[in-house]
Design a protein around this ligand. Structure first.
Ligand code: ADP
Length: 510
């Protein structure tokens, strides 16, 4: 059995909730997936999409139940379970239904004159068995979206959801079963990191990993040993740059949402907020006003839920204590006082001012409900501060000056930039999502993101009617003619007559 005691279960989950897949069954799962791939890959894209349509309808049928399972497993408010998870998955399916056939279609491309008489195509072939390893912060969306894209592209899939949110994993498994996928096409493996490692050892054809940078590096190493290609969606320390000409009320509300949604346990969370100095004080006052209005309880109207994973609270506390010891000021909020019986996973929001880049809270991923705000002077400093990080996932720029926004967006070192809003680019299936630097390798979503689950196969067709080719043996007498051909074709100006003459003489010699 997978080593489930390695990490304490969160959100009330017990070890039994996560129990499931014996390590010894991994080779058999892999064989099933390989067998299923053989049949699944041969289905037309439209036929595969019928299963995705069935999934969409099943999801709608069980909407309340799905939201409920996600909310209970993670501790997030129901509103966030529906907007940030269910809706994004439904939109991803709708996108695939609309566009997958076109994106995956074999395309005819140009053939160079030097290969005259032939025709060229690019086919997008599925990789084989895709292993999707997913985290606990968006356990449904971050498992389902890559899995569905991989399936649409013709792969069979094994999902290894996070052991921290096992009920979502179980729910997904039942969901796929209800949609009636052929046996082995999509399997869910329940367990912890050791099960993930075992699945990698079994040599899937592609690994799609979402999780921490630390684990991402371990996975990349294991994949490299077998030369398995990967996509890695890792951590972030996203900056939010607010200029004095921005709509400040909007920016403050946006910052509060961007930093606190899902209790800050979001890879694209607004973890560093930079405000142009003349607007700084007013902005901090607006932040406090907005944070004060938040509702944190267990009702359907809650704005803030609880943390999902108890050990994450220790990281948040460590970052905040480190910041305070180096001069940061807690401008709002406090940690729960355990002596007063304030225990559990709920963490109220904190606002930290007087932060610097020497503090963990501005350098490492905090992944908690902490708003860190810092002033800056001018565009150049804003960009320098924003890029002063080992991460490069997303960023946001807030200004009424569209040209300035474009200028800044161009020089921010990250995978996506949102202007006058935050986080939401991940909700668009039309835009690529992925990071650079320690935020990951590769991206998904959008056309390139669907093709990421395939490899391009070059197909070059000759009708086979000529006896020989100019570049084939024998070479006798051809060398000067090829020199002539290269000079005629690639020089300053094209010399067509010279080119044709050389070519015809080459033909004669072939
Ligand atoms: P988080 O969920 O906090 O981002 P991780 O990055 O550690 O945490 O975990 C993300 C996913 O990776 C989880 O499903 C976890 O079980 C899995 N995992 C952890 N360690 C390994 C490993 N060595 N090999 C494969 N999968 C792993």
């Amino acid at each position: 059995m997978s080593n489930l005691t390695a990490k304490p279960a969160a959100a009330g989950n017990t070890v039994q909730d996560a129990a499931g897949t014996p390590l010894a069954s991994v080779p058999d799962m892999m064989r099933q997936a390989q067998r299923a791939f053989d049949t699944w890959r041969r289905l037309a894209v439209a036929e595969r999409l019928r299963y995705l349509t069935a999934l969409r309808l099943e999801l709608l049928e069980a909407l309340d139940e799905c939201v409920d399972v996600i909310a209970r497993d993670t501790g997030k408010p129901k509103t966030e379970a529906v907007t940030a998870e269910v809706l994004v998955v439904a939109e991803a399916i709708a996108y695939l239904e609309r566009h997958a056939e076109r994106i995956l279609k074999t395309r005819k491309v140009k053939t160079p004159l030097t290969l005259i008489g032939k025709t060229s195509y690019i086919a997008h072939e599925p990789c084989g068995v895709v292993l999707v390893i997913s985290p606990w912060n968006f356990p449904f969306m971050l498992a389902a979206v890559p899995a569905l894209s991989a399936l649409a592209a013709g792969n069979s899939v094994i999902i290894k959801p996070s052991e921290v949110t096992p009920k979502v994993g179980k729910w997904m498994e039942a969901w796929f079963q209800k949609a009636g996928f052929p046996v082995g096409t999509v399997q869910v493996a329940h367990g912890a990191g050791d099960l993930g490692a075992k699945l990698i050892e079994a040599h899937p054809d592609y690994i799609f990993f979402t999780g921490s940078t630390k684990t991402g590096k371990i996975i990349q190493e294991a994949a490299a040993r077998q030369l398995i290609p990967t996509t890695l969606e890792l951590g972030g320390k996203d900056p939010m740059i607010i200029f004095q000409d921005a709509h400040l009320e909007r920016a403050a509300k946006g910052a509060v949402w961007g930093a606190l949604t899902n209790s800050g346990q979001v890879c694209v969370s607004a973890e560093r907020i930079y405000v142009e100095r003349p607007a700084y004080e007013r902005f901090v006052a607006l932040l406090k006003e907005q944070v004060r209005l938040l509702k944190q309880d267990d009702s359907d109207d809650a704005d803030l839920g609880s943390m999902t994973f108890a050990p994450q609270i220790d990281i948040v506390k460590d970052h905040v204590h480190d910041a305070v010891s180096k001069g940061a000021v807690v401008a709002y909020g406090r940690f729960p006082d355990e002596r007063k019986g304030e225990t559990g996973l709920k963490l109220g929001p904190l606002i930290l001012t007087d932060v610097t880049h020497e503090m963990k809270v501005m350098r490492e991923e905090t992944f908690g409900p902490v708003i860190c705000v810092m002033p800056f002077d001018g565009e150049e400093e804003a960009v320098r501060l924003a890029n002063d990080t080992r991460y490069g996932l997303s960023a946001s720029v807030w200004t009424r000056d569209a040209k300035k926004a474009r200028r800044i967006a161009a020089v921010l070192a990250c995978g996506s930039v949102v202007v006058n809003d935050t986080i939401v680019s991940i909700a668009s299936p039309y835009l690529p999502f992925g990071g650079i630097k320690e935020s990951g390798i590769g991206s998904y979503h959008g056309e390139a993101g669907l093709r990421a689950f395939t490899y391009p196969k070059a197909i070059l067709v000759d009708r086979g009617r000529k006896k020989s080719e100019v570049n084939w043996f024998p070479y006798a007498g051809k060398y000067p003619l090829f020199l002539d051909l290269v000079r005629a074709y690639y020089g300053k100006r094209k010399q067509w007559r010279r080119f044709v003459r050389a070519y015809l003489r080459l033909l004669k010699k072939s």
